[in-house]
Design a protein around this ligand. Structure first.
Ligand SMILES: Cc1ncc(C[n+]2csc(CCOP(=O)(O)OP(=O)(O)O)c2C)c(N)n1
Length: 583
């Protein structure tokens, strides 16, 4: 029996997803024709391939299924690079299918710029931010390559894979029997070495007086959060979720220290600086987490790092790690589960953390007294109280992202995520589409700056036409707030292209909403803040809310550039800092 290659591809795709996010183009018509015939899959055409790629990224994060993007070679592919990068840098599984020109239109000479129309060396372009990328010119290879790409995308440290499929091959028929079959390889673990390292880690935890578990995205990816919670609760071990696992833990849990890092909480940072043992679980400990100078980070703490990616452990120019364990976190958690006396709770240490948490709240009463504009910390505090079970919160890039992670408290099984490591402006609006399709009964709340809103504004058309329950809050501070704060620090307020006074013109958001046929309102100050948020969250279908923020609103607190995590602005008295560090 023979099968058309594009039909075979469509049938493979139907096994891994319910949605395909696609651009159109001459080189993908057969693929889209075949997919359309499969009723189970819904094709979501983006307004731009960038929108498709970001929606697919968020779909994968929300549904646990594969985000699939289909795009034509050349301009379509180039537009889709944004989402591909988001998925790669945050370890999100995704599958990209690119329609390439006919085989005869592919150049053989590398020095020739282009042979076929829209021909492009896609594999070379994406090499540094895909887990696997290949071009198929042999029809009998398709089945093998798709299975391989899907397997690689989902296993180990996940990430996006890409298949560049020539146009003439898509139309070909292959004998079903002749297909090459992909056999999954099992990675061998050196279990003796691992067990011995796990034992060493447990010894260090047992002997520690002030341990902290730092819980990174590896915990989510490996599906270890539930078991980890049980261990933490059983032994009363304090922990810091990174922003990647922020939504997995209740911020009111007394063991939850709160977030640490350059833009975080004073209590999280003081606690980490005071620790004598950090157990780093699936986190890369990047500069936003540990600060600009690694030598200043938790100098009195021994550090254990467990990571599935050996290259993260090899990264030598940052922290000095005392015990490196290259393993899937799942195996370490299984080991911890068997320990009877992992840690004897130190009440003094726990009460110290509690004390710091109470002493330095992020949202203070005086923020509520502001007369003009909305204070973003008050906004996120109130939003947390009003959102419902299973709601999904997607902050964008920049200051609004920091305000959200500092002041929003996820609870009620909510999800909160963004493209943390790549962080493109305009992520949230396009991502909201993928998240919403994966979870149609929940509100999806996109939080975005007025500067980032224009970057994927075109996707409002899809939000409207699909009538998705997406609530977009535009934090309107009349320009690029975070950039302005950085310029104030480094180049004495010499603003360039970041607000109207320095040449950046930004549109009227209410008019934009109206032109897309989406109800749009504004919140200008604290009067009726709660009732307005309530109204927006209750609204059926999409809605836009322009929230007026002071143009010079800062992110508070924030670590002073190059300084240790405890040295946050606004600056505390030296004596107060010292007292907090001697706990
Ligand atoms: C596509 C893209 N271009 C440039 C940047 C660099 N950048 C980061 S934040 C930012 C300004 C964002 O301003 P706005 O959305 O208004 O957010 P605010 O800081 O005011 O909350 C810029 C230019 C980026 N992250 N993504």
């Amino acid at each position: 029996m023979k099968i058309k290659i594009s039909d075979l591809l469509a049938s493979k795709i139907s096994k891994v997803t319910d949605f395909v996010f696609s651009g159109q183009g001459g080189f993908v018509i057969h693929i889209l024709d075949s997919i359309k015939k499969i009723k189970k899959i819904k094709i979501i055409p983006g307004q731009s391939e960038q929108g498709c790629s970001l929606a697919a990224d968020a779909y994968s994060r929300t549904s646990g299924k594969l985000g699939v993007v289909i795009t034509t070679s050349g301009p379509g592919m180039i537009n889709a690079l944004q989402g591909l990068a988001c998925s790669y840098y945050d370890s999100i599984p995704a599958l990209y299918i690119v329609g390439a020109p006919v085989t005869a239109g592919l150049k053989n000479n590398k020095n020739l710029r282009q042979l076929g129309f829209q021909e492009m060396e896609v594999k070379d372009i994406v090499k540094s931010f895909t887990k696997y990328a290949t071009r198929i010119t042999d029809p009998n290879k398709l089945s093998y390559e798709i299975d391989k790409a899907v397997h690689i995308a989902r296993t180990g440290r996940p990430g996006p894979c890409l298949i560049d499929l020539t146009y003439n091959i898509q139309r070909k028929k292959v004998l079903t029997k002749k297909k090459e079959i992909y056999k999954k390889k099992k990675k061998k673990e050196d279990s003796n070495q691992l067990q011995s390292n796990f034992k060493k880690a447990c010894e260090l935890i047992k002997n520690s007086k002030k341990p902290i578990f730092i819980i990174g995205s590896g915990a989510k990816i490996s599906g270890s959060v539930k078991e980890l919670k049980k261990i933490i609760n059983k032994f009363q071990i304090p922990y810091v979720p990174t922003w990647a696992t922020f939504d997995c833990f209740d911020s009111n849990d007394k063991l939850n220290i709160g977030s640490m890092g350059v833009y975080a909480t004073r209590y999280g940072n003081f606690s980490v600086q005071n620790s004598d043992l950090l157990v780093i679980l699936g986190s890369r400990m990047g500069a936003p987490l540990i600060g600009g100078n690694a030598a200043f980070f938790a100098p009195n703490a021994k550090k254990i790092q467990i990571d599935i990616d050996p290259y993260e452990l090899k990264e030598e120019n940052k922290l000095k790690i005392n015990l490196k364990i290259n393993s899937d976190l799942k195996f370490f958690i299984e080991h911890l589960k068997k320990e009877r006396n992992l840690w004897k709770a130190n009440k003094l240490w726990l009460s110290r953390i509690c004390y710091l948490k109470n002493k330095y709240p992020i949202v203070t009463k005086d923020y509520y007294l502001q007369k003009n504009f909305v204070d973003p910390y008050v906004f996120f505090n109130e939003l947390s109280k009003l959102t419902k079970k299973n709601d999904i919160i997607i902050p964008d890039a920049s200051a609004n992202l920091v305000w959200a992670y500092q002041a929003y408290s996820p609870s009620k099984n909510q999800k909160m995520f963004t493209a943390l490591n790549h962080s493109p402006m305009g992520y949230s609006v396009a991502a909201a589409i993928g998240a919403s399709l994966a979870s149609l009964k929940s509100n999806v709340i996109a939080i975005i700056g007025d500067g980032s809103m224009p970057m994927n504004v075109q996707e409002l058309e899809n939000i409207k036409s699909l009538n998705l329950p997406i609530k977009i809050f535009i934090m309107n501070n009349k320009g690029y707030g975070m950039i302005k704060q950085t310029i104030d620090t480094w180049t004495k307020g010499n603003y360039v292209g970041c607000d109207p006074s320095s040449g950046l013109s930004l549109p009227d958001n209410l008019k934009i909403g109206k032109s897309y046929g989406i109800k749009s309102i504004e919140i200008v100050d604290h009067n009726n803040l709660k009732s307005n948020i309530k109204k927006i969250l209750k609204h059926k279908g999409p809605i836009i809310c322009d929230v007026k923020i002071k143009p010079n609103q800062q992110m508070i607190p924030k670590v002073k550039s190059g300084r240790p995590l405890y040295d946050m602005l606004p600056k505390l008295d030296d004596k107060e800092i010292e007292a907090n560090l001697n706990g």
